[in-house]
Every structure is written in C-alpha cells, then in structure tokens.
Design a protein around this ligand. Structure first.
Ligand SMILES: Cc1cc2nc3c(=O)[nH]c(=O)nc-3n(C[C@H](O)[C@H](O)[C@H](O)COP(=O)(O)O)c2cc1C
Length: 380
C-alpha cells in the first residue's frame, strides 16, 4: 500500500502552515522500542493510535529515515512505551540519534521486546501490516500484551512537553482543600488519610495527589504511616499568599489591560458597588468575600489562562476571615479605599494607578491579617 501521486491541480497547504496547525493536536508521548540480534533500539513518537478492538490493534507511524524504523521492519515486533509526566528526559533522549540511548535505562524484556520500566503503559505488538504514507511507514500492530500503571501522562502540544490537567483532579483538590480549611479545630493533629478518604469519598490515589498539592500550599505536611498533619495558617503564610496574588494581578494588568472591554469594566464596577451595599448588612461577610473573589476573577481572567486563574485562586485562604472576623460589624475590618481606587483606575485604563491600588490593598490586607492572627493566638 502506498500514497497515490499528487495531482498538481490540487491545492497544497504551505509546509510551515501545516506544521504549525497540526501542532495544535495535543497528544501523549511514547517510545517505540524493538530489538534485533540482541541490540535494543528506540525512538520517541507521538504518531500512535489504537486501531481496532477486535482484534486488538495499534498503529504507529515511523519516518523511514529513522533507524528504529528499519529495525522494527526487521524484528516485526515492537513495544509502545507510553511515557509518564516524570519521563521527559527519556522523551528527549530517544528523540535524538545515538548508539547508546539505552545506557542507564531500566529495561524489562517482554515477549522478546525491551520495554521501559516505569512507563505509564506498555503495549507489545507484532507487525500485521505496513503501509506507506509520504515519508512514513504506518505499522499496524496486533497487540500481544498490554499493561498500564497509574501515573500522570506526559503530553506534547505545539512543540512543547507538558502534563495533563484533569478537571476531576482539580475538583478533588479543591474538595480536600476546603475540608482542611474548614476543620481548623484539627490543626496540629495527625490524621489518618483513610479517614479523610472515607469522609470525602475519594480514592486513595486521588486523595494522595490532592494532599501533595496541599503540602506545596503549606496547608498540610505528610507524615509517615499514611497520615497528615494539618498546619496552622500563620501571618507569614498569608503574607506570601497575598503578595503572590498581588504579583499575579499586577502582571495581568500590566500585560493585558488592552483586553479589558467596556463591558468587563462595567461588570467590575457593578460587583464593587454590590460589595459596598453589603457593608451595612450584618452576617453578609461570606457574600462580600464571594463578590471579592468574583471581582478578582474578572481581572485575572483578562489573561485568558485557566491555569493562571487557578494558581491565583489557590493562593486565596478565605478561611482566615471566617475564623477571626466577628460576624457582626465585620465590615469595619475591610477598608474599601484601595479597591475603589483600583476600579476607578481600570475605568481609566490606567495601569500604573491600578497596580498601585493592588499593592496598597495587599499591604493593608497583610497588616490586617497579622493583627487578626495576633489577637487569635498567632495562627488559626
Ligand atoms: C514529541 C516527539 C514526537 C515524535 N514523533 C515521531 C513520530 O511519531 N514518528 C517518527 O518517526 N518520529 C517522531 N519523532 C522524531 C524521532 O524521535 C527522531 O527523529 C529520532 O531521532 C529518531 O531516532 P532513530 O533514528 O534512532 O530511530 C518525534 C520526536 C518528538 C520529540
């Protein structure tokens, strides 16, 4: 089977355009391995797909200029080693031509084919058919053996390696985070992770990944014996978070002010006005803080990056307010001056004034938190 000759009358996409456009298809990354006369060969690939369930088949596309291509043709057997997010080094290593790609790499032989230990998944195939497509050979492989582990995948998108972000994982992380922040009475206690998994109906694996992120957030530490320690929220932690958020906000305002439409500016003004109206309402602090989050989301949202908005939100520890500010007269604790200045600066598209207001708000918040925590024994 081979590619039919091109009809000159047909339109043809520009090479650079094609390269750029196909790069928008996000994929996983694998290393195709094989062996001939006891020597192992391998190449990094992204052109991999499952082909059929019955019989189970895979396909890989290898450039005919690839050394591994020739060896797969000879061996008629190969393995697809799907890489995990921790295996970027292997992806680089097998994407270069070299005689010692396997030096120091842990290999497990499966059905006579070397497979990479620690890969996210491995699929061993025997070549059923070969087809030619342009510069490549498409190897259609019948699956002889398949195994997967539970790590996170390595991804490839627009010429760069990355990792997969799952909405379910984010949701689990936020659920555990809320639980940790709401159970301040447990701070300093060593808690069995199985109890948390049971209370939140999460699998141990998902919980483990959420806990790892919370350890980075400095909200918990992981202890031996499947336990965690809920850490106190201190003035230092809060200062770092507040300053981090201000840096993100200023960065967005400095680079993305042109993305602020009149509609969004009006919406921000409206949110701010609603916040001011709540000030005289006893017990409305939660609603006030939710509106504040909404206002800040509108600002970070100007960058159009979900990741950035998430990072920003992760640095928000609203639990401090609910544990330190009295329910009545709560509004006395929140001075709206700098936020008022920020909203006005946004309406004028004045980047410098907006950043000054953000920094002033951050400084006032840090001082307030320190005072509140001091009067609550230093931490919550
Ligand atoms: C992310 C990524 C994906 C790649 N995908 C493929 C592919 O699907 N097919 C292919 O033939 N080469 C692919 N390559 C290029 C080969 O890895 C590269 O040409 C390698 O040097 C070939 O090694 P070899 O000649 O030892 O087989 C890819 C490279 C990278 C970095």
């Amino acid at each position: 089977m081979s590619t039919p000759a091109l009809d000159d009358a047909e339109p043809r996409v520009d090479d650079d355009v094609f390269r750029h456009v196909v790069g928008h298809f996000a994929s996983g990354v694998a290393v195709v391995t094989t062996t001939v006369d006891g020597v192992a060969f391998g190449t990094t690939v992204s052109a991999v797909s499952s082909l059929s369930m019955d019989p189970p088949m895979m396909l890989v596309c290898l450039n005919r200029s690839s050394h591994t291509h020739d060896q797969v043709q000879r061996a008629q057997r190969f393995a697809i080693n799907v890489l995990s997010a921790e295996q970027t080094e292997l992806a680089f290593r097998f994407a270069k031509k070299s005689d010692d790609k396997f030096a120091g790499v842990a290999v497990e032989e499966v059905l006579g084919v070397p497979t990479l230990e620690g890969a996210l998944a491995r699929i061993v195939c025997s070549v059923d058919e070969e087809a030619t497509g342009g510069t490549h050979t498409v190897f259609l492989g019948r699956v002889l053996d398949a195994r997967a582990s539970s790590a996170q995948p390595l991804t490839y998108y627009r010429g760069a390696f990355g990792s997969f972000h799952s909405e379910a994982e984010e949701h689990a992380y936020l659920t555990v985070r809320r639980w940790v922040l709401e159970h301040r009475e447990l701070r300093g206690d060593s808690i069995d992770l199985d109890l948390v998994a049971g209370a939140l109906e999460l699998s141990r694996e998902t919980l483990g990944r959420a806990i790892a992120k919370l350890a980075v957030d400095r909200l918990v530490t992981v202890e031996p014996g499947n336990r965690i320690l809920i850490l106190p929220i201190t003035a230092e932690l809060m200062r770092d978070c507040v300053e981090g958020r201000a840096a993100i906000e200023c960065g967005v305002l400095t680079t993305q002010m042109s993305a602020l439409t009149d509609d969004v500016a009006r919406e921000i003004r409206d949110i701010y006005s609603r916040m001011q109206q709540l000030r005289s309402v006893p017990g409305a602090m939660r609603e006030f803080l939710d509106l504040n989050t909404m206002l800040q989301d509108r600002i970070t949202g100007l960058a159009g990056s979900l990741e950035l908005t998430r990072a920003f939100n992760r640095m928000g520890i609203g639990a401090v307010w609910s544990h330190t500010v009295p329910v009545e007269a709560w509004d006395e604790f929140f001075d709206g001056t700098s936020q008022g200045n920020l909203v006005a600066a946004l309406e004028r598209r004045d980047v410098e004034a907006a950043c000054r207001a953000v920094q002033a708000h951050a400084a006032a918040t840090t001082t307030l938190v320190r005072e509140l925590l001091q009067s609550n024994g230093g931490s919550v």
